[in-house]
Design a protein around this ligand. Structure first.
Ligand SMILES: Cc1cc2nc3c(=O)[nH]c(=O)nc-3n(C[C@H](O)[C@H](O)[C@H](O)COP(=O)(O)OP(=O)(O)OC[C@H]3O[C@@H](n4cnc5c(N)ncnc54)[C@H](O)[C@@H]3O)c2cc1C
Length: 667
């Protein structure tokens, strides 16, 4: 029924919007569609004052020269809103804390018992969502709730706990039981997310909606750099297995993103009455109590089963102190432009210390607090001088520069990993990875080439002992391997929820190539700890480094000592997170140079002289005297503190197997 014919007294027609990784008001296709409902179609239960504060993320001012992107937006704007066709009068945006991915016992009322199993990972048994991301999610959901409420049109956000299908079933039943005066659910919408669980949720939701004769629609979440409608292939099986091939098919990248969708200034109100959260759960009413509900179960064992969990070192700051939410994402983007960090990005992106060596936009992208194309258009505004953000920064108004280009390059990696997840489906989580999926059904000799791993629960048949593997794993997770770069990265991750891309590559390579342990355990630990965890990007990157994904140079191995020398040439990063090594005196006789031998001791403490170990209280420490591996690696004398390139003798140990004396756990 066309909504224009509704009188204000017609029974409410409710649209349920199930939010997932699309926690934003701006550039959101579903909110955008709803905002296009003509005002008279909205059944008013509240008086709607004028819209308050300006939209949170500004709509991009159209490019100066008309492009295909601006034209495509205009075409869409001329088609009727999908919500209009459904005659939607009320909107119920619903965020479900999914019981299989985030522990929900903190929402239990009184002595209630959860009907769901604990949200733990399959191989390692870790909490699937750790404290850093739990907090970030709470902040992001709350931020969206506040933004919707601030619209002043009666819009809001409802939070529930459970499995998405259960929550939806309950809501639909509640409205059905109360009859049409209370409201009729006319549609259930959500955005598509890659991942087997996410797809299953989508199927469940579709089934429930359709079984009740309600329209179901899975929208494209337009948060990616290149919109799915603009991909250079129609079948996902045609996605190239090599990133570079994919990228080249889309260059120049800065011509690819579509325009952003305008930010709603008015949305339909919430239904007058809302289905309650079914028992035994209850929904908190403040951000603090929401965070507490999410964090309490996890905090019951803050050690995460580690015998010696890392503790926060004095005077070290997190590289990711950011709070969640669309407004924080926008502030971060503005800061990156005005500080010049976008312009210098290419030179700094391999850094490891501080907040601005890289964008730290990944968590916002993961939860959809910001879209890649919003970032792109903000960069365009900076490059063309069309905005005021960054007007004093280097590169402003001077076109695309090396930094802004590199950001686009990386954003496309994100898209690519997501498309790989779509192409390879469940093998994203399989021990043999995408490579196994390719090999399957093909030449069987290839199967024999698949990697052999050490497992936590059984021997691989090569004489490895799972009990010893578990012990080694605990040291790896705790950041006590004896390899400085790995230990710093693992401690940083545990304490802050973030670690740089460079550190992630080294850590993943260390677990998989040096220790030979089941890479899925590493991916699961990252899933627990990372604030920016994203299924496709995490598991896809782990596969890539583990040599079971789509790295064309299969089997590349990072030497963490050489990498530390290249990317942490003064040992600053290692010593920030491994404070036990701060006392190592790196001064050389020659002023302005650092003592390379001692630096090697920062990168592998077993190399320190006995007297120095004694002095620093390091003697007898397991990770110092019995590192998990020893990597023979030396540098020539006379290297300056700036650590700049040059023809240095980096010794051996930069590729597979070389420089490795074999694995020694506990001596
Ligand atoms: C083992 C491993 C696990 C990873 N797990 C995740 C994860 O769960 N979630 C996640 O978002 N990223 C993951 N990454 C990719 C990358 O490390 C992070 O995106 C990046 O470090 C986030 O910091 P940033 O936003 O400051 O990145 P920047 O350097 O500022 O990059 C800008 C953006 O580009 C994208 N990007 C950068 N590098 C990559 C990459 N290698 N792959 C895909 N996208 C990239 C991200 O969206 C990032 O926000 C992983 C990488 C490795 C090696």
């Amino acid at each position: 029924m066309p909504s224009a014919s509704l009188s204000p007294h017609t029974a409410p027609r409710i649209l349920i919007y199930l939010l997932r990784h699309d926690l934003r008001l701006a550039d959101n296709p579903i909110f955008h569609d709803l905002s296009r409902l003509t005002t008279h179609t909205v059944y008013r239960t509240v008086s709607a004052p004028d819209p308050p504060s300006p939209p949170i993320c500004h709509s991009h001012s159209p490019p100066k020269s008309p492009s295909s992107h601006s034209r495509s937006l205009q075409t869409e704007e001329t088609t009727p809103a999908a919500a209009e066709t459904l005659g939607v009068t009320h909107l119920l945006p619903l965020y479900v804390f999914p019981a299989n991915q985030i522990e929900v016992t903190g929402f239990l009322e009184g002595s209630g018992k959860s009907p769901y199993p604990e949200a733990r990972s399959r191989v390692g048994g870790f909490w699937r969502t750790g404290p850093h991301r739990a907090k970030f999610i709470a902040e992001s959901v709350w931020d969206l709730k506040e933004s919707l409420e601030m619209l002043g049109s009666g819009a809001g956000l409802v939070m529930r706990v459970g499995m998405m299908g259960d929550v939806l079933e309950n809501c639909m039943e509640w409205f059905a039981e109360r009859g049409s005066d209370m409201g009729k659910v006319v549609g259930v919408w959500m955005t598509g997310v890659e991942g087997t669980e996410e797809r299953r949720d989508e199927r469940d939701v579709r089934k429930i909606a359709e079984s009740r004769g309600v329209e179901f629609k899975a929208w494209r979440d337009e948060k990616y750099f290149v919109d799915d409608r603009d991909l250079p292939f129609s079948k996902i099986s045609n996605l190239p297995n090599i990133y570079t091939t994919y990228r080249k098919s889309l260059e120049p990248l800065n011509s690819r993103p579509r325009p952003i969708l305008s930010t709603p200034t008015r949305l339909p109100p919430l239904p007058k009455s809302l289905p309650p959260q079914p028992r035994p759960f209850t929904i908190p009413s403040t951000l603090q109590s929401l965070s507490d509900a999410l964090l309490n179960p996890i905090d019951s064992d803050p050690s995460f089963g580690l015998p010696a969990p890392p503790t926060w070192p004095d005077s070290t700051s997190s590289a990711h102190p950011f709070r969640g939410g669309e407004r924080a994402a926008k502030q971060r983007l503005t800061h990156l432009l005005s500080s010049g960090a976008m312009t210098s990005y290419k030179d700094t992106r391999n850094g490891m210390l501080g907040t601005d060596f890289s964008t730290k936009l990944s968590a916002y992208l993961a939860f959809g607090c910001i879209t890649a194309r919003q970032i792109h258009w903000a960069l365009v505004d900076f490059e063309t001088g069309a905005s005021t953000d960054g007007m004093d920064a280097e590169g402003f108004g001077q076109g695309e520069n090396e930094g802004t280009k590199a950001v686009r390059f990386e954003l496309l990696w994100r898209d690519y990993m997501r498309l790989c997840a779509r192409k390879f489906g469940a093998s994203l989580f399989h021990i043999d990875g995408f490579r196994g999926a390719e090999v399957e059904g093909a030449d069987t000799t290839l199967v024999a080439q698949l990697k052999k791993w050490k497992y936590l629960d059984r021997s691989s048949g090569a004489g490895d002992d799972p009990a010893q593997t578990r012990e080694i794993l605990l040291r790896f997770l705790s950041g006590t391997t004896g390899i400085g770069l790995i230990d710093a990265a693992q401690r940083e991750l545990f304490l802050t929820g973030y670690t740089s891309n460079r550190a992630r590559q080294n850590v993943a390579s260390f677990l998989t190539a040096h220790l030979g342990i089941d890479w899925r355990v590493g991916a699961e630990w990252y899933e627990t700890m990372l604030v920016d965890y994203d299924a496709a990007n995490n598991w896809g990157n782990w596969q890539y480094v583990a040599g079971v994904g789509n790295d064309p140079r299969q089997g590349r191995v990072f030497n963490p000592v050489k990498q530390a020398l290249d990317y942490d040439p003064t040992g600053e990063y290692v010593r920030a997170w491994v404070p036990e090594l701060r006392g190592v005196d790196l001064t050389n006789e020659k002023e302005g140079e650092i003592n390379q031998e001692k630096l090697m001791g920062v990168f592998q403490a077993w190399r320190l002289k006995e007297t120095e170990k004694e002095q620093l209280g390091l003697s007898g420490l397991e990770w110092v005297d019995w590192p998990l591996i020893r990597i023979p690696f030396s540098v020539g004398r006379g290297k300056g503190v700036d650590g700049g390139g040059g023809q240095r003798n980096r010794g051996r140990g930069s590729s597979r197997g070389r420089g490795r004396r074999g694995l020694r756990a506990n001596g």
